[in-house]
Design a protein around this ligand. Structure first.
Ligand code: HPA
Ligand code: ZN
Length: 330
């Protein structure tokens, strides 16, 4: 069957990481920036491993340097999401890249993104919410400045605060102050953990940052007591199977723990992370999971209900999207 028409809820994307390569190539040409080194012969992004991916990601992002660029990016990204049947998506947005952590510049970038999102909502019926995101390898001081941007724009479109970047850089606990600032501003919290580091990293995210969702978190499977804790505490994992396999966290989907985590009762959801970088989209994710684990439309419906339950949006938005997912025939 085709999974394209299933209404999908996606909790874990990075806005720059969702940029179509053609879009970035076009912007580089307009701005006379030579980015040829980050593209493969077939036109897609090229990099060697996760750490090189982060470099290529930042190089691609370097041509996004005005609110207008981000408005165009938002339109391009949401068009692709809607095409894959996504009806609600949350995306990580970094004030580091949107105005260099300056609050007033950040407001301008955010306004442009929100305008573009409102347009896409009107035209394609897709809802976007933003999670302000610190970049771990930029350090705790930068994360506090990012949290200040988050505080100043919390509510409505900005629903959460999170952290991505290099999981091998510093400790989760180094960022506790920034996460406390965001929590006090009423934001929901998530952090990347348990992708490149093991269960201890997931435990630190829960103990030190007190997040309610974890980006990836899949390596929790290596510690049965931690899996029990995820179940007991109702922590939702933003699982990105295609990303994990593409980057080599697991050799193939058969070795990926998403089905085992789900069978143990963990709240798992499915997202694409940085779809063109990992040569994926939500339809491909569902097709691959269906082929590997036998999941059908009813399984995906349940998964999408879990996702909307864990979405960081207000309850009226949640109810509206839940009805769309519930209306799916299975
Ligand atoms: N993982 C961690 N950090 C990131 C990613 C990712 O996939 N994309 C952008 N920053
Ligand atoms: Zn991510």
């Amino acid at each position: 069957m085709s999974f394209k028409a299933l209404p999908k809820v996606e909790l874990h994307t990075h806005i720059e990481g969702a940029a179509p390569p053609d879009f970035i190539r076009g912007l580089a040409k307009e701005k006379n920036v030579d980015l040829s080194g980050i593209f493969a012969a077939d036109g897609g992004y090229a990099y060697r491993d996760f750490w090189h991916f982060l470099e290529v990601y930042e190089a691609a992002t370097s041509v996004l340097n005005s609110p207008q660029d981000y408005a165009r990016l938002t339109r391009a990204v949401l068009e692709n999401c809607a095409e894959a049947g996504v009806v609600y998506v949350e995306t990580f947005i970094s004030p580091d890249f949107c105005g260099g952590r300056d609050v007033s510049a950040w407001r301008d970038y955010l306004a442009a993104i929100q305008d573009a999102a409102a347009e896409a909502e009107r035209d394609a019926g897709i809802t976007l919410r933003g999670i302000v995101t610190a970049v771990r390898h930029f350090g705790p001081d930068a994360a506090r400045e990012v949290a200040r941007c988050a505080q100043q724009t919390a509510g409505g479109f900005i629903t959460g605060y999170g952290m991505g970047g290099d999981e091998k850089s510093g400790k989760q606990g180094d960022f506790a102050y920034a996460f406390d600032m965001a929590r006090e501003a009423g934001l929901k919290l998530t952090t990347h953990a348990g992708e490149w580091n093991g269960p201890d990293e997931v435990r630190a995210a829960l103990d030190d940052l007190r997040v309610e969702r974890i980006g990836h978190g899949v390596r929790a499977i290596e510690d049965p007591a931690l899996v029990d804790r995820l179940v007991q505490d109702g922590i939702t994992l933003e699982v990105c199977p295609g990303s994990n396999v593409f980057l080599g966290v697991y050799p193939d989907l058969a070795a990926h723990p998403i089905a085992r985590l789900r069978d143990r009762g963990v709240k798992v959801t499915v997202s694409t992370d940085d779809p063109p970088f990992f040569r994926t989209d939500m339809v491909k994710e569902y097709e691959d999971l269906s082929r590997q684990f036998g999941w059908d439309a009813a399984d995906f419906k349940a998964l999408n209900l879990t996702a909307i339950e864990a979405a960081f949006c207000d309850d009226a938005t949640r109810e509206r999207v839940r009805k769309i997912v519930e209306a799916q025939d299975v």
